[in-house]
Design a protein around this ligand. Structure first.
Ligand code: ZN
Length: 297
């Protein structure tokens, strides 16, 4: 997790329909926060004869109305979710009901509940009509969206590639303002790194993330993110080498000047790295009264 830039000055285009390219519009939801930047960005793909709505966002009446206004009477042929965090998928159900549209895309999440409230950030009500596997496509008049399975941020995360223009809708796998937050147990650093590599090997022309500005040089950004994670891993190995420690004791050296509200996310990110290192035989933990103590192996 690395904030690259603060949010832009207001006013933000909340609720407006912004045309990004002939086939793509964007509508910003009214849910800004330290985790969502200016809010969730819903994308509308297609034209008058039929559209797909990608990441309908939080279930807020104003946002559902803004999506419908941007769609402007075109049939909604698919409501597609990249993953089932609460800021992405809850509006799928009301939008589907009001427009007789199918929900297509990521699988519902089966969470490994090995800790309290492990499922808290997830949308439990998400019920897709069709689950897309890696490489499967959904088409409408003049557009084809192909699923790219990118686990890591969540195990069910999909990106969607728009074949006509070369754009990739990256959900939370790649965000335009920060690196993705990996929250164990469902978030998995080994998967995330493999999913970054998967995008690095593609030749997408632009990324449209669910949060933050569009990315015009995708491979350069992905290469930077892979490098950033390797640096984080090296820092963690060095800090453990200096002295075994609990997770909170990694944070001050690793995240200087971090917004206090993001400390829990930073701790989860360190934990995700530690679990990955443990699985690779490079770190080990021992239980203590104040939580696990981590050391190099
Ligand atoms: Zn998310």
């Amino acid at each position: 997790m690395q904030a690259m830039a603060g949010p832009p000055p207001k006013p933000w285009p909340t609720g407006l329909s912004e045309q990004l390219e002939p086939l793509v519009r964007r509508v910003l939801a009214p849910n800004p926060s330290p985790y969502t930047y200016t809010g969730t960005q819903t994308y509308i793909v297609g034209g008058r004869e039929g559209v797909a709505v990608i990441d309908p966002g939080p279930d807020e009446g104003d946002h559902v109305a803004a999506i419908e206004s941007a769609v402007d009477g075109a049939p909604i042929l698919a409501i597609m979710c990249t993953h089932t965090h609460r800021d992405h998928s809850p509006a799928a159900a009301p939008l589907a009901a009001r427009n007789s549209a199918p929900i297509v895309g990521c699988a519902p999440l089966i969470i490994r509940t090995d800790r309290p409230r492990a499922d808290a950030p997830f949308d439990q009500s998400y019920a897709p009509d069709r689950v897309m596997e890696d490489g499967e496509a959904m088409s409408g008049p003049g557009w084809t969206l192909r699923a790219v399975h990118t686990p890591g941020h969540t195990s069910n995360h999909l990106c969607f590639a728009l074949e006509e223009s070369g754009a990739l809708f990256t959900g939370d796998h790649i965000m335009g303002w920060s690196t993705s937050v990996i929250v164990p147990p469902d978030g998995d650093m080994s998967d995330y790194m493999a999913s970054l590599q998967k995008l690095y090997e593609r030749e997408d022309s632009v990324f449209y993330p669910a949060h933050g500005p569009q990315v015009d040089r995708p491979r350069q950004l992905v290469r930077g993110m892979i490098g950033h994670r390797r640096q984080r891993e090296a820092q963690i190995l060095r800090l453990m080498g200096e002295q075994p420690r609990a997770i909170p004791a990694f944070i001050p050296a690793m995240y200087k000047g971090l917004d206090e509200r993001l400390i829990p996310a930073a701790e989860m990110s360190v934990e995700a790295h530690l679990i990955d290192l443990e699985q690779r035989g490079l770190a080990a933990r021992s239980a203590s009264d104040t939580g696990d103590i981590w050391q190099t192996n």
